[in-house]
Design a protein around this ligand. Structure first.
Ligand SMILES: CCCCC/C=C\C/C=C\C=C\CC(=O)SCCNC(=O)CCNC(=O)[C@H](O)C(C)(C)COP(=O)(O)OP(=O)(O)OC[C@H]1O[C@@H](n2cnc3c(N)ncnc32)[C@H](O)[C@@H]1OP(=O)(O)O
Length: 570
């Protein structure tokens, strides 16, 4: 490696770290990051959705990479938030000294991070964290959080430090990062005052990436330097996972755990349990701590790299047309797009990303599998499962639905095939539905499986087709043809299968003419009550689902239904 090369790719995994900055809105998270990276302060407040920065260092001949995730203070995106907990190596939790509630949120955040890390069996439990009591420049009369109270609390928790800061006056910002880096055993030179900041233009950066020195010819400079990448883009979920797994492997090696089973043999039993699961999805579940490999041991990760390098699972394909601002999201889990934990997690994250993409105004939900919109929830997730997995699965469904039903985007369902149960829920949660004429069916058929549609499925159907039709539809577990669905208002338009997409595009044109703000306010006010009903009792609902679905009588019905599906086929 050239000693002058500061290349994003040149940092070995052991030298790559992700710092996540969390806290409620308006506590100064972005201001702290901005001080650290650019020594700048902006008095204007612009709410952050999620900003990603990358700083590269060359320290004592080695290249280091620090990724910074500056998160949203309001958190309408739980999947992204959970991912930030899981992928963070070190954390800054920020509160404002003039806002006691923001301090309470910091205490909650710490618990949530530890919970997430603990649920991920391959990671160590307590990552290094620092608590920043920001806006310490505020007059004492406005102070709501006492220094001593926080210091006392922090003294009782592991791997945690505390400082009061002022991003505005640049008070203790350098010390904040220095203390955190020390706690995390990172090179002290990563602190702002201990390296030379290199301001680098795009061209110079490109030169550096090609290995061309950006120092004057012949001049040697071994002093530590740091450069903010001008092209930083948040890595994809897949890259996040690859990196997190690589890290876990390192931690594992460091801990010198003996006799680690090979992942291929360790996970084999699960391939029959989770039909048509890809290695990628198994790995993801293992990573989430939901699948315990054989013998309950942690898997070897070298093999996982090979698996990740195989073609991406891609259960949810997103195609963003930046000219029109319309994204097409296609479910892609043959044979029937049944929704398992993996698909739901991918869907949630895809929706959250579109939600934060300012250029995106509309989304078409469709299928990449011919003849199927979605067969609803993966019945195998509910059959002979464990309480923990049931809860995780249900949470993923809740998140995906909250993201879809509560989306600011214009959402349209292109139903080019069968759409039972959970598939019908997804379609009903869009603003408009176009269905293919012919043999395909749609409806909430839960009672036919011996299960009961949850209250929020019912709420959405009530809002779509009214009380009387819902009552009939739900009791009978009715499945409707496209024409029948049209007659009760379950879909908005029925066209020949090959015209579904073009009809959606035509309909979208009139929706796109409406100013977004007015449309979004109207949509929100219409949907808020239904969204709030689930949001206020998510955990209770997840627990209730697990208890209900694992009842012996319900399991028996599900078993019989699965057998009937297989019999019908033969
Ligand atoms: C007051 C108390 C409230 C408590 C609330 C608690 C609980 C409520 C819980 C749950 C709510 C659940 C909602 C759901 O979504 S349940 C899922 C319901 N889905 C279905 O019933 C669909 C069943 N499938 C079909 O009807 C057909 O497959 C379909 C018409 C979709 C397609 O037919 P096609 O002929 O093309 O394909 P098949 O040969 O039938 O299927 C291929 C293959 O796929 C398997 N499969 C089908 N659907 C599912 C599924 N949903 N999950 C898992 N696997 C599925 C099928 O068995 C075939 O497998 P194989 O034989 O090839 O191995």
């Amino acid at each position: 490696m050239s000693s002058h090369l500061v290349d994003e790719c040149a940092a070995p995994p052991k030298n790559c770290f992700r710092l996540v900055v969390l806290g409620t809105a308006r506590v100064g998270k972005t201001a702290i990051v901005s001080r650290f990276l650019f020594n700048q302060y902006d008095d204007q407040y612009t709410p952050t959705i999620e900003d990603f920065h990358r700083k590269m260092y060359r320290i004592r001949g080695e290249v280091y990479r620090l990724d910074i995730l500056d998160t949203s203070g309001v958190h309408p995106f739980p999947a992204m938030r959970r991912l930030s907990f899981l992928t963070g190596d070190l954390f800054i939790l920020v509160y404002s000294v003039d806002n006691y509630e923001s301090y309470m949120e910091v205490m909650r955040l710490r618990e949530q991070i530890l919970e997430s890390k603990a649920s991920c069996k391959t990671r160590t439990a307590a990552p290094p964290m620092i608590i920043a009591g920001n806006k310490a420049d505020r007059p004492e009369s406005e102070r709501e959080v006492l220094y001593d109270e926080v210091a006392k609390w922090v003294s009782t928790v592991k791997k945690c430090a505390f400082l009061e800061t002022s991003a505005k006056k640049n008070g203790n910002i350098n010390e904040l990062f220095q203390t955190l880096f020390e706690l995390a055993k990172l090179p002290p030179e990563m602190s702002p005052s201990l390296h030379r900041r290199v301001s680098i233009g795009d061209q110079a950066w490109e030169a550096a990436k090609k290995g061309i020195s950006f120092y004057p010819r012949g001049k040697q400079d071994d002093n530590p330097l740091g450069v903010v990448s001008p092209h930083a883009r948040r890595p994809s979920l897949r890259s996040d996972l690859i990196e997190a797994e690589a890290k876990a492997e390192q931690e594992q090696r460091r801990a010198e755990k003996p006799s680690i089973p090979k992942i291929s043999s360790a996970l084999s039993p699960y391939r029959s349990q989770y039909r048509s699961c890809t290695w990628m999805s198994l790995l993801r579940q293992a990573f989430q701590g939901l699948v315990r490999p054989a013998g309950g041991q942690v898997c070897r990760l070298q093999v996982q790299h090979r698996c990740y390098n195989a073609p991406a699972a891609g259960h949810v394909q997103v195609d963003m047309n930046s000219d029109t601002g319309v994204a097409t999201v296609r479910l892609n889990r043959p044979p029937v797009n049944s929704l398992n934990l993996d698909v739901l997690t991918e869907l949630s994250i895809a929706l959250e990303k579109l939600e934060t993409d300012r250029s995106c105004r509309a989304m078409v939900l469709a299928s990449a599998v011919p003849g199927i919109f979605s067969a609803g929830l993966d019945i195998m997730e509910m059959y002979k499962s464990t309480p923990e997995r049931c809860v995780a699965f249900w949470r993923a469904l809740q998140d995906a639905w909250l993201n879809l039903y509560g989306s600011r985007l214009i959402t349209m369902a292109a139903i080019e095939g069968h759409s039972p149960a959970g598939g019908c829920l997804l379609a009903m949660s869009c603003d408009y539905r176009v269905m293919a004429d012919g043999k395909f069916q749609i409806g909430l058929n839960e009672t036919r499986l011996g299960i009961v549609a949850p209250f929020w499925f019912t709420d959405v159907m009530l809002c779509t087709i009214g009380h009387r039709e819902t009552e009939k539809a739900l009791q009978l577990g009715a499945m409707y043809s496209a024409q029948q669905a049209l007659s009760i208002g379950l879909v908005d338009k029925v066209v020949p299968a090959d015209q579904v997409m073009s009809t959606v595009q035509t309909e979208l044109k009139s929706w796109l003419q409406i100013p977004d703000a007015a449309r979004v306010i109207t949509k929100t006010s219409m949907r808020k009550q239904v969204l709030d009903r689930l949001s206020s009792q998510k955990e209770k609902d997840a627990q209730f689902f697990a208890d209900f679905i694992l009842r012996e009588s319900v399991q028996k019905s599900l078993g019989a239904y699965i057998a009937s599906l297989q019999k019908r086929k033969s």
